[in-house]
Design a protein around this ligand. Sequence first.
Ligand SMILES: [Zn+2]
Length: 463
Amino acid sequence: MFDIDRAVDENMEGLVRDIKRLVAHYSVQGEPLPGKPFGEGPAAAIAEAQKIAGELGFETKNYDNYALTAQMGSGDGLVGIIGHLDVVPVGEGWKHDPFAGEISDGILWGRGVTDDKGPSLAALYAMKIVRDSGYPVNKRVRFLFGANEETGMNGVAHYREIEGEFDCGFTPDASFPLIFGEKGNYNARFIGKTSAEDARVGIKYFTGGMAANVVCDSVSLYAEVNEYCDELRHDFIAFARKNGMGYMIREDEDDLVLTLRGISAHASTPELGRNAISWMMRFVSGESLLSCPFAEGYDKVIGLSYLGENCGVAISDEYGPLTFNVGIIGTNMDGTYATIDIRYPITTEDFGVYSERMKKLFAEAGLELTETRIGPSLFIDPESPLVRKLYEAYVKGTGDTVNRPVTIGGGTYAKSFKNVVAFGPEFPGMEYNIHMNDEFMPLETLRTALKTYVYAIMALLEV
Ligand SMILES: [Zn+2]
């Protein structure tokens, strides 16, 4: 009789040792080199993962250092498990060595231990446990390591061009219990005139925001200095105070700089933030000393809404509404521009019609919408065999019957394939310092993930 707990316990040591081997490689995307499309680090991590998978007895194949596969079993069916070997950069100020895989108080520390080297190897070891248990592996089970997830999805895209789809699968790169829907992405920029000639105070430029996918928390307006500046400053202070917003004013010979502060948040949860750009545009468009066609158009088609109500895209389904974020503003030779990051509802079939509608409304407001890019949404029927089987595996592996499968506004590798969902290993409500200093993975969580993935692989062999 197969004793899963025993098999899991026997494999924990090897699993932790091999995670450390991967964590030692700083696999952040670098300059492309011949045969190494994402640079030295990701290629080194692929080489190490290939060694590890070989030692575990899997057939491996390197796809030009874009991706790596490790496979077991035979048969027509093909189950996919998809993780990634690249990481985000390491900032200053870690308490634990980001590359040593230190363990203290039952916690493993290091860049990539949770995102996504640890979970990837947990799933790879789960394949090994299933194979060694004697369970009939009557399909091919293929682990696909991508080398470029954090900065694109180009690693697995390269693989898919060559090998195509999986019958079904999961990606251990998000949260338990399971994610059966991910909103679609829509990105664009828009541009308009910075300052009209008849303005009493001319605007030189705007600057603000860190990234398109973050709610902007600080924006600055650089204006020319003239006799109206005292009045403008006075109006700005009154506006900021009335709306309870932080502000800063600086003036030198050349520039009057007005800075407005908001609250940052992820673009998929804009309700948690307060967009400084939208509020600055409200101030500018209502200020008679200024004349800014960009701000006036902005206030008309976007205003203070993060639901897209004023530009014809306020759609929603039973899993949640569209979210609309402006992340970056700037001014260049062509005028003032800003970025749009929309997450549209998971059951939306074609966002193209909404893009066209926006283009028209923006144009009527004197703004040009450009560089539009539509990324797909993901929706796998929660009643499908894939979702039901994986959820059952989760319940078996964890004993948790309270948390249910969910949908998210973000995006995972699941979107790169037709019948794949994100499945663990993070637990709802827990933080693992992903993308931050001192990323960590409790060994207990790793063990639970390993066990759950064993059940999951067995279940998918039956789907
Ligand atoms: Zn990840």
